[in-house]
Design a protein around this ligand. Structure first.
Ligand code: ADP
Ligand code: MG
Length: 355
């Protein structure tokens, strides 16, 4: 079986750099928040990082004691590792790898978590008119954006189109199995898995006694509670065309934020940018947006929607954001225009450098 990378499919180095930039921005903002923290009898705050799911994961935990904050950070990391072992297509024994290896042959029994994320991914496909598609893997491979930097032929792309047909993904909830009907198909939850993992890590941290915290898998971030001193968590949204510069700032409480951008992994050929978010209809990089940032209660929702809405484009995408309760967003369209959803208008501070 051909293995492929689950959460960072193209260029580990690039992804890491963009993750680091996002984290640096985050840390700068958090440090600003920490400096004015009351010191005496304040709750303990710990921040730790680990490489998981192919990316740098940073967890901040606030609890009544140092030991409890450490224990809840540990619980968060353990939960992400557990999910990685189930879902990573880079781990040959993972449940999703076994589902993929059995494509065209037989259904594979999976755990409730794996079944749930596949279900959520299919829901996300319906919500985004097919923009979000977990069976896009063979097309991702045909492009291999950061590795090969070449434009595949129409013929090559059309050959793999039948493998992206989501009607060929069957779930049996009773038997708890997943079946890919065509041989060569494979599913990959890279567009939603980090947000899903952030949700689960937060739950694990709360169960371990954390009163507040942040789980950041690169740019997929989920917060709960407030920093000691009552400050909400502050974040910056990366400018899609000015490296290291912010487009806007906002604070989050009990919310997740996730950004999909055409600047994360891409190459240029004759003035055209080819990036890693592919439109399942054209099998080519989606063209309507430079970046899509989603704020939602749930990390899985924020992460799945940023990718799906990036494909839908700015108008249909913003209309969907406005329709969904508890979901807000910022879209930078292909011309650099910034669209802000109605519920974020009072909350978002656009940077002076923003277009
Ligand atoms: P990341 O934070 O890793 O950039 P995103 O949420 O932006 O993740 O999702 C991009 C990843 O999702 C790609 O690297 C690829 O694995 C996968 N992908 C690309 N196009 C689609 C699509 N249309 N639907 C679902 N997943 C996609
Ligand atoms: Mg996503």
């Amino acid at each position: 079986m051909k293995s492929h990378r689950p959460f960072q499919q193209y260029d580990y180095g690039c992804a890491l750099v963009s993750g680091l930039v996002a984290l640096c921005l985050l840390v700068t903002l958090l440090l600003g928040a920490c400096q004015s923290m009351p010191q005496a009898s304040a709750p303990a705050t710990v921040t730790r990082t680990q490489m998981l799911m192919g990316t740098l994961v940073r967890i901040t935990a606030v609890a009544s004691s140092e030991a409890q904050a450490q224990a809840s950070a540990t619980a968060g990391f353990q939960e992400i590792r557990r999910l990685e072992d189930l879902l990573s297509t880079w781990i040959a024994t993972s449940e999703l790898s076994r589902v993929n290896a059995a494509a065209g042959r037989e259904p594979v029994a999976v755990s409730p978590d794996t079944l749930l994320i596949v279900q959520r991914s299919l829901d996300m496909a319906r919500l985004t008119d097919g923009g979000f598609n977990i069976a896009i893997g063979p097309v991702v491979e045909a492009w291999s954006v950061a590795e090969r930097q070449r434009v595949p032929s129409d013929r090559e792309l059309e050959t793999v189109r039948p493998l992206t047909d989501l009607t060929q993904v069957s779930l049996d909830e009773q038997a708890r199995t997943v079946f890919l009907a065509r041989s060569g198909m494979r599913i990959d939850v890279g567009g939603i898995g980090k947000g899903f993992a952030a949700d689960r890590a937060v739950t694990a941290m709360q169960q371990a006694g954390a009163t507040a915290g942040v789980v950041a898998l690169s740019g997929d971030i989920k917060t709960f509670g407030r920093m000691p001193g009552g400050r909400p968590f502050a974040f910056g949204i990366q400018h899609p065309r000015k490296e290291g510069a912010l487009l806007a700032r906002l604070t989050l409480q009990d919310e997740a934020i996730s950004t999909a951008g055409d600047y994360e992994r891409f190459f240029e050929r004759e003035g055209t940018r080819y990036h890693h978010i592919l439109d399942p209809a054209t099998l080519r990089p989606a063209r309507g947006c430079q970046s899509v940032t989603i704020v939602a209660t749930e990390g899985a929702m924020a992460d799945g929607l940023d990718t799906g809405i990036f494909v839908m484009g700015p108008e249909a995408g913003m209309a969907l954001i406005e329709r969904l309760p508890g979901v807000e967003g910022v879209i930078v369209d292909s011309e650099g225009r910034v669209l802000v959803s109605s519920g974020l208008k009072g909350r978002l501070q656009l940077e002076p450098a923003a277009p």
